[in-house]
Every structure is written in C-alpha cells, then in structure tokens.
Write a protein that binds this ligand. Structure first.
Ligand SMILES: *Cc1c(COP(=O)(O)O)cnc(C)c1O
Length: 392
C-alpha cells in the first residue's frame, strides 16, 4: 500500500484532497515523497505564517520540547506568561484565553459575550448576530454561527441564539438591533475568508462599532484568518480603525503548532472566572514557544510594510494575466476572480506543475507564508500564468 492508499483506508474522507504527499519544506517551497518541489501559495490555509521550518521558529519549538512540553493549566509556565503578555500588549487587549483552534477561539468569544450579558442584564439577552456568508468554524455552535445555509445540514439540532444579517447593509443591522432586544453581540470577519475573500465596507464596520457601543452590545472580530499580520497589520481591526471588544485568533498565530486565542478588552477581560471555561491543551508550552517566534518575527520593524508591498506586487502581476478579471483582499490574503475558468478546476493542473494554491468559493485564493520571497512569488506566478493561459 502506498501512502495515499493507506491514508484513505483509515482517515475519514472529510476533505477533497489532491494526490500530493508532502514530506518536507523550506520557507515557501514544499517537497513531496518523490522529491518534486512545489511553491506553496496556501501555507496550510494561512497557518505556516513563517513558511516551512523557519530557523527561529524551529529553534524555539525544539528547545521548548526539550525543556517542558506540557503542564496542564493547573500550573503556571513562563512561556505562556510571556506570550500572553506580548500578544496582549502588541494587540492592545487586556486579557487572553488560549485554546487550540479557530472554532475554539470563537466558542470562547461566544461564551464571554453571553456571560457578560447574563452577569449584567440577567437571562434572555443572549442572541449573537453574525453575517450572511460568514464562516466561524466546524463545532456545532460555530456552525450555527456560520451564516451559510449549506453548513446547516445533517447535524440537527443546531444551537439557538444566532441570527444572520447581510454584510454591508447598515439599515438592516440598525433595524435588527432596534427590534431584537435579546441581542448581546455582533460577530464578523473583516474579510470573509471561506466566504470568498470579501472585505467588509469601511462604513459598515464603523456603523457596527457605533451601533453596538450605543447599546452595550459586544463586537466580536473573528480574525482567525485575517489576524497575526496576514493583511499587513497585526490585526485587521487596526486597518479599519476600530477596536472590537473581543478578537479571536488562530491559524497563523503559532506558525504551525495548533493554537487559538480569544482576546478581551477591559469591558469583558474578567467575565470568565474559575471553572467557567477551560482547555486541556490550551496555552501549551510548544504552541506558546511557536507563538513567541511568530511575534518576534512579524513585529520586526518594517515587516508589515513588506507584507503590504508583497501583496501589491502579486496584485499587479496578476492583473497582467488576461484571464484575471479582478483581485480582492488585503496584504497577503487575496482572492482572484477569473473570467472564464473555474478556480476549482485549476488546483490539479497547478499541483502537477508544482504550485499549491487554494480556492474560496469561485475565486483562487492566495494565503502564502508572510515570509515568501520575491523569487518564490515570481516562480509561483509563472506557473499560475501558464495554467491560466492554457486553452485560451
Ligand atoms: C479557519 C477559520 C475558522 C475555524 O478555524 P479552525 O482552526 O479550523 O477551527 C474560524 N473562523 C475563520 C474566519 C476561519 O478562517
């Protein structure tokens, strides 16, 4: 049995996988079992933010593994203290809860929002508004939060207390917040990632911020995909000029070790108290060591400017390809609209030629390592251009 046969005989078939078996990698270049090289424009869905096997990151994680790999949260570790302190300071938040994934980070934010309201207003004020076409995770609660009907199947009953409103429709949101007195929070992605790389309008984001503040309704920014430098700032909220009450992070936060985080500002920093939430692996020393290495790197002077510059460079080059009709997104989170071809049909051809790339709805999606070099960008784009030119 080869690797793919063995894998498919045992691992549940929950993904449409490409027939590529990756063995090792360096920065933006991956190598498969046969020694074939690939330029990686996906970074494991925005996770390997420093690329494969970044030296500083490897050193931090390996040294931590050799020293202390896990303790449970009944004890303190310096590495978790350091990461929490540095992350909160850099992001401008008061406190953090660590979990292991984006869905868990969002579960934490949902629990904080409901308890904040319960503590202050009592029962019944527990509805969370999310946006149509959003994506918030795969647990039952975060699926319920996800504003796409295609996710609300099979697993009934879903969790109550979520309502969906169209993105960028200020009037609809205003009406909803005025009419439904059970609302305790509004949760949104600045750029809908899985929904197709669709940025929210600035006016809408400002309106969410103002309307919620007036009503003591919490704002929850799901920055699981957009956070940690992806769009050319530590948090995308900084680019939109607002400060959500809660911000959730995961994906690139620890450079490839599983970690999720829920950041809370003054208002809800102390809502969760002893016994109200937990996670066995949360804040695990290996993950925190990886997180520290990511923070060290992305907060270096000029790093975010460079992410923006690379994003603009890719955008310019892509717009020269006749098949490309437009680009959406910010920094190194880009969605590419195609004129005639189906993005999903491009994945196999790309992999055959040595390029790993993602799709989001009908678009090609770029989420390369933030450390991608211009040489790697050029190599990957040359392959993409070739594929997009086949057959006219
Ligand atoms: C990926 C993603 C999630 C889910 O993260 P997991 O780590 O897969 O649980 C949630 N929200 C957004 C915006 C995401 O992109």
């Amino acid at each position: 049995m080869n690797t793919i046969e063995k894998f498919d005989s045992r691992v549940m078939h929950t993904y449409g996988r490409l027939p590529v078996v990756l063995e090792k990698g360096n920065n933006c270049t991956a190598v498969d079992e046969d020694g074939k090289e690939y330029i990686d424009f996906g970074s494991g869905i925005g996770v390997s933010s420093l690329g494969f096997c970044n030296e500083k990151w490897v050193k931090a994680v390996c040294e931590q593994a050799r020293t202390l790999q896990h303790t449970s949260n009944y004890y303190y570790t310096k590495v978790q203290a350091d990461f929490a302190d540095r992350l909160c300071s850099a992001a401008g938040y008061k406190s953090v809860f660590f979990g292991n994934s984006g869905a868990e980070a969002n579960e934490c934010a949902i629990k904080i929002a409901r308890k904040y309201s319960f503590d202050k207003y009592g029962e019944g004020r527990n509805t969370i508004v999310t946006l149509v076409n959003s994506f918030h995770g795969r647990t039952i609660a975060t699926l319920s939060a996800t504003g796409q009907d295609s996710f609300h199947n099979y697993f009934f009953p879903f969790v109550g207390g979520f309502v969906h409103t169209p993105a960028n429709d200020i009037a609809a949101l205003h009406k909803l917040l005025d009419e439904d007195k059970s609302i305790c929070a509004v949760m949104f992605e600045f750029i809908q990632g899985e929904g197709g790389v669709i940025p929210l309008d600035r006016d809408f984001v400002t309106a969410v911020d103002v309307l919620c503040r007036e009503r003591d309704i919490l704002t929850i920014a799901d920055e699981v995909q957009t956070g940690m430098g992806r769009t050319g700032a530590l948090l995308t909220s900084q680019l939109y000029g607002i400060k959500p009450d809660l911000t959730t992070l995961a994906k690139g936060i620890a450079g490839g070790v599983p970690m999720g985080a829920c950041l809370a500002d003054e208002k809800c920093a102390d809502v969760l108290v002893k016994g109200t939430h937990g996670s066995t692996f949360g804040g695990n020393p290996l993950a925190c060591a990886g997180g520290n290495a990511v923070l060290d790197t992305i907060t270096e002077k000029g790093f975010f400017d460079e992410v923006q510059r690379k994003g603009l460079y890719i955008t310019e080059k892509l717009l020269d390809i006749p098949e490309v009709s437009g680009i959406d997104g910010m920094g190194l989170m880009l969605g590419v609209r195609l004129r005639t071809k189906k993005a999903a049909d491009m994945l196999t051809a790309a992999a055959n030629k040595g390029l790993l790339i993602l799709t989001a709805k009908e678009k090609l999606r770029f989420l390369p390592p933030l450390t991608i070099s211009y040489d790697e960008i050029d190599k990957g784009l040359a392959i993409l251009k070739e594929i997009l030119s086949i057959g006219g």
